[in-house]
Write a protein that binds this ligand. Structure first.
Ligand code: COA
Length: 172
């Protein structure tokens, strides 16, 4: 599957993607807005979950190079008394600034939309995460407002609650 406006496609997360996950999650600079780098044990646990069939976790592939550039995925969560989807993304430093996260997110949003339930998809970037907030705005999410979330557990982070109505017409 590929996006029509940038050279990215998404592929199901696979067995060979642990090194990419480590590049994304063990790097202090990459995790500055996400509570700091994750431990090798936590990353291995994620890898085991992401590689499962139907995990809804994808590798973002730069179609110019054919290389894995990042991760995008979505999952169920409880939010304000109901069930929603949450989306997350991460792109390796050397691949940033070329629209890959936005393209990967747009492709995953199409998959979430095709599931029909739940209706709303949320993203909760830190209020300080300029690129992630820009991506939400560009993809047509509505800003519901700031919220304090515990992430990782034990640490309160000021985030923006961005909401996309998957039942509404797709953003252009
Ligand atoms: C967030 C992240 C995935 C963005 O990846 P990317 O491939 O560079 O993103 P894109 O190129 O698709 O889009 C970046 C957008 O942010 C904008 N941007 C970049 N730096 C910015 C800044 N400091 N402030 C505001 N906007 C900024 C870009 O102009 C672009 O918007 P545009 O398309 O409207 O011009 C990447 O920075 C990352 O992996 N960060 C670490 C992990 C992380 O924070 N994940 C998100 C958790 S919510």
């Amino acid at each position: 599957m590929s996006s029509d406006h940038t050279s990215a496609r998404i592929e199901p997360w696979g067995d060979g993607d642990l090194p990419l996950l480590e590049r994304l999650l063990a790097d202090p600079a990459m995790m500055a807005h996400l509570g700091g780098p994750e431990s090798p044990e936590r990353i291995a646990k994620r890898q085991a979950e992401y590689r499962q069939l139907g995990s809804r976790q994808y590798r973002i592939v730069d179609t110019d190079t054919g290389e894995g550039a990042g991760w995008v995925g979505y999952w169920h969560r409880e939010w304000q008394g109901g069930e929603v989807f949450e989306i997350g993304w991460s792109v390796a430093p050397e691949c940033q600034g070329r629209g890959l996260a936005r393209a990967g997110a747009a492709l995953v949003i199409a998959l979430a939309r095709a599931e029909h339930e739940p209706r709303f998809l949320h993203a909760y970037p830190s209020v300080d995460n300029g690129p992630s907030n820009a991506i939400c705005r560009r993809l047509g999410f509505e800003l519901a407002g700031p919220v304090d979330l515990e992430y990782p557990p034990g640490t309160v982070m000021r985030c923006n609650d961005w909401r996309l109505d998957l039942a509404a017409a797709a953003a252009g």
